[in-house]
Design a protein around this ligand. Structure first.
Ligand code: FES
Length: 578
């Protein structure tokens, strides 16, 4: 850092705004139409506020307010804030799945940053994929950047009970199918669920990724849990704006924070909070961009024996609002003691250890202690076997019936989600609670886009017996708000000829989570025969993004980034436009 950084630093933005020539004139003159005075072009840090606001992304619909608070902080510290939009990814509306567009949004983010006069960044993220998309794109440029999550919605309340985003939808819709809930009550619950601005307030993927932001050191303390409508969320945004200016002056780039130690912290924290399985593909992808070696097996190795410390839906009773009042993520991290790399640097210039030093747990019902965890071992288990040579994952804490984690059953195979929907409630379908439901064609290339279909609803006739869980296996993902004995991310996926494509009705499948095993009990000879008869599905499109995606997306165990996006291209100033 220079002795007097304010005076000596020549910033990237000076290549646009610093010249007295025709280009400098152009760059400044058009910006002035927004009412900007001369002094904003005096060489001060230009902070890009990368905004995923959209009315089609309800979880991020309050982001124009958040951006205004970030701007206050930037101005206050002598910076020059410029807000810009990028592709927004709304989990509930986009089809076939937001995951098809995560990498596309990351390209938008990366190229917009590099092409413009930006010295530092504040990334506004909320709904599930917006967090990894912005982090991936920004990591490939590697400027100083700070992430601000939009915060969870207030708790949902219905008939005197907490109801959680996603989680309640899955359980209530099963109750309607089982005849345990009236349709009118189900409809009434709709307006009781999403009571305020913010993202899903369960420990689903959005809350998980907001927690990952904090655990990685990319967000300010308390980023994970402050409710979206709590005034302190706006204070955090304000402080992030201030800090982004300082980070530019300190040249504190993403690569100085996103180290291997930071990712190890994130994996452990994800296990302790019972976070979403989606964090696996997102952390692998961000690591790939920033250049940190991380593998699927790291998630099992580092996380499998972590205690589950949060009693939050989908695995528990409470919600993110309760989590914040109980002490939030800092209280969890502090209780992990030496399992955390406390010397990992964070965006506020302090170490993670310094940030959590004063943390307190105010409610041991919501945030359990390692001595009395909700479950002894919570992490994600990585399975291997002839059904998933490159791996598959399961979140044991999400299983409703723990004995299903060691199970042998007869396969009932669905070749697509349409096939599943057409047959699952057919009284003639030969299925019972001991069967293993198998879904094919839901992987990254196969769907396309790797949708959240893995938590297949149970057959009505099984639900009516009072059964709440069955083993389900697919090459799909699962919503972080969902639950069940669900094996996900089977790799290689069926659409590229992975063994999942070869499973037939009646095959026996053995799942043994303790032994990390997932086996199809079919002879090699028979599998070779089936493989010889297998024909790959036709591509979904011969043009546009879907074609590019299908040709380049990597498999689940590698994080599903496009192969040519791995790594960084840096922040060098591009050639002039005129
Ligand atoms: Fe946006 Fe859940 S739908 S976070």
């Amino acid at each position: 850092m220079p002795d007097d950084p304010k005076k000596k630093q020549v910033l990237r933005s000076a290549a646009w705004f610093g010249g007295q020539d025709r280009d400098g004139f152009n760059h400044r003159a058009w910006m002035r139409n927004q009412g900007l005075p001369s002094h904003v072009f005096d060489g001060r840090p230009v902070i890009g506020i990368c905004n995923t606001w959209s009315e089609l992304t309800p979880c991020n619909a309050h982001f124009r307010d958040i951006a205004e608070h970030v701007k206050r902080g930037v101005w206050e510290m002598g910076g020059f804030p410029v807000e810009f939009p990028v592709m927004s990814l709304g989990e509930t509306l986009m089809r076939p799945t937001t995951m098809l567009y995560r990498n596309l949004a990351s390209i938008d983010v990366e190229e917009t940053i590099r092409a413009n006069p930006l010295d530092g960044l504040v990334l506004l993220v909320g709904c599930d994929k917006t967090t990894p998309a912005l982090m991936m794109g920004a990591a490939s440029v590697d400027l100083p950047a700070i992430v601000v999550s939009g915060g969870p919605m207030l708790n949902g309340w219905f008939q005197g009970k907490r109801i959680g985003s996603g989680t309640a939808v899955w359980s209530m819709s099963e109750d309607v199918r089982a005849g345990k809930m009236e349709l009118a009550a189900f409809m009434e619950a709709e307006s009781c669920l999403s009571r305020s601005a913010g993202h899903c307030m369960t420990m689903g993927t959005a809350s998980t990724m907001a927690s990952m932001v904090e655990a990685l050191g990319m967000g300010l303390p308390a980023n994970a849990a402050i409710p979206a409508v709590d005034a302190r969320r706006y204070v955090l945004a304000h402080m992030a704006g201030r800090r982004a200016v300082e980070m530019v002056r300190e040249d504190l780039r993403m690569s100085k924070i996103l180290t291997r130690a930071a990712f190890e912290n994130a994996i452990r924290v994800n296990a302790a909070i019972g976070g979403s399985t989606n964090a696996i593909v997102h952390l692998l992808a961000v690591a790939g961009r920033i250049g940190v070696e991380l593998t699927l097996d790291d998630f099992d190795k580092l996380g499998h024996d972590m205690p589950l410390l949060t009693d939050l839906m989908p695995h528990g009773k409470y919600l993110m609002e309760d989590f914040y009042y109980a002490g939030g993520l800092a209280a969890v991290i502090k209780s992990l003691g030496d399992l955390i790399h406390k010397d990992a640097l964070t965006v506020n210039g302090k170490t993670l250890g310094e940030n959590i030093a004063e943390a307190q747990n105010w409610n041991e019902e919501v945030i359990r202690t390692p001595q009395a965890p909700l479950k002894e071992r919570a992490g994600i288990a990585v399975l291997r076997g002839n059904l998933c040579p490159d791996g598959a994952v399961i979140k044991p804490s999400a299983a409703m019936v723990p004995k299903l984690l060691q199970h042998r059953g007869r396969a009932v195979v669905f070749s697509s989600i349409e096939d599943f929907k057409a047959r699952i409630d057919d009284p003639a379908l030969d299925i019972d609670e001991n069967c293993v439901m198998v879904l094919q064609g839901a992987g990254p290339k196969g769907y396309p886009g790797f949708p959240e279909l893995g938590n297949l609803p149970l057959p009505k006739k099984v639900l009516k017996k009072g059964i709440t869980d069955m083993v389900r296996i697919s090459d799909a993902r699962m919503s972080g708000t969902a639950y069940g004995a669900v094996v996900l991310h089977v790799s290689p996926e069926s659409a590229v000829g992975g063994p999942l494509a070869l499973v037939k009705d009646g095959d026996m499948i053995e799942l043994d989570v303790e032994k990390r095993r997932l086996n199809l009990e079919v002879s090699e000879q028979e599998l070779a025969q089936r493989r010889a008869n297998w024909t790959p599905p036709k591509p979904h499109s011969d043009r546009g993004w879907v074609k590019l995606y299908q040709e380049h997306v990597q498999q689940a165990h590698l994080g599903c980034d496009l192969d040519f996006l791995i790594g960084k291209s840096g922040s060098a100033v591009p050639r002039p436009a005129h």
